[in-house]
Ligand binder design. Structure first.
Ligand SMILES: Nc1ncnc2c1ncn2[C@@H]1O[C@H](COP(=O)(O)OP(=O)(O)O)[C@@H](O)[C@H]1O
Ligand SMILES: [Mg+2]
Length: 275
């Protein structure tokens, strides 16, 4: 069993420029499981996750990972617990060979070449990039570069994995692959926190949804409950998945999150109606 981690955020405030608060008092606890963060551009999502792994330090309040404040820990120590895949892969990639890029983290943890290589190969397989191990990351398209950065973080085997907009630029296969990774991490009892604008992706793969608006958390709950509040979502500039809207318009009792759930409910109603 892997180590579990608990993240506690207490009245977190942050600004880049004094007087311009980007995070305005966030308090929550994140336990193992799959957590999605949604919200408009500029709401503070990327800033929030950079505070979770200690790249940024709170300007007020605190972030505790397993009881230890990010203020009193080095970024290197935090990197063993909280892995962060940046929104923009260019900010993360710096080696000229994919395999070296993915081995870099494990080598930094002090693993041998052999162990690091094994971890890197397993991570590349998981993101579907086994064939690209010898490529230069910069010769790959954006979607694949993003997958390389995901592999780099998976190879660290951290209890917490944060993905900042992993589905951007992905085709359907890529989105499914990332969904499978989210489910795999969650099933191992790890924490996977994902920022995304893809509401269908959220509905299908995540247990808990945090809605960010203007540096605060507007809603926090199960996907089913959050997507059942269209007015609240609208305030955050978001819309529920289309299938949820359709189910609600048809008057289904539980707003369905996926096509499968929609079909199951309609079949159920038809069966009951026929009796
Ligand atoms: N490095 C930075 N320096 C100054 N302001 C920044 C920086 N990064 C982000 N911001 C500002 O902080 C706010 C929140 O940005 P961000 O956390 O990237 O939001 P999101 O990820 O939700 O789109 C925005 O107003 C953005 O312009
Ligand atoms: Mg962002």
């Amino acid at each position: 069993m892997r180590r579990l981690a608990e993240i506690r955020v207490n009245d977190l405030h942050f600004h880049y420029t004094p007087g311009v608060e980007v995070l305005r008092g966030i308090s929550l606890t994140i336990s193992p499981g799959a957590v999605a963060i949604i919200g408009q551009n500029g709401a503070g999502k990327s800033t929030f996750v950079r505070l979770l792994n200690g790249l940024l330090k709170p300007t007020a309040g605190e972030v505790l990972v397993d009881g230890v404040s990010t203020r009193s820990t080095t970024v290197a120590t935090m990197a063993r617990k909280v892995g962060l895949v940046f929104q923009n892969p260019t900010d993360q990639l710096f080696k000229s060979r994919v395999l070296d890029e993915v081995m870099f983290g494990p080598l930094n943890l002090g693993l041998s070449q052999e162990e690091a290589r094994q971890r890197a190969e397993a991570a590349l397989e998981r993101v579907g990039l086994t064939g690209a191990a010898d490529h230069n990351p910069y010769d790959l398209g954006l979607a694949e570069r993003k997958l390389v950065t995901i592999a780099s973080v998976l190879a660290m085997e951290t209890p917490v994995v944060i993905l900042d907009e992993p589905t951007i630029a992905q085709d359907m296969t890529g989105v499914r692959q990332i969904g499978a990774i989210v489910t795999w991490l969650r099933d191992q009892g790890r924490t996977v926190i994902t920022i995304t604008h893809d509401m269908d992706f959220v509905a299908r793969y995540f247990d808990r949804v945090l809605v960010f608006q203007d540096g605060q958390v507007l809603a926090d709950g199960p996907a089913q409950a959050v997507f059942a509040q269209p007015d609240l979502l609208r305030r955050a500039g978001l819309e529920p998945p289309q299938i949820t809207v359709l189910g609600r318009e048809l008057g289904l009792p539980d707003p369905p999150l996926t096509v499968e759930a929609f079909v199951a409910q309609v079949r159920d109603m038809a069966k009951n109606g026929a009796q």
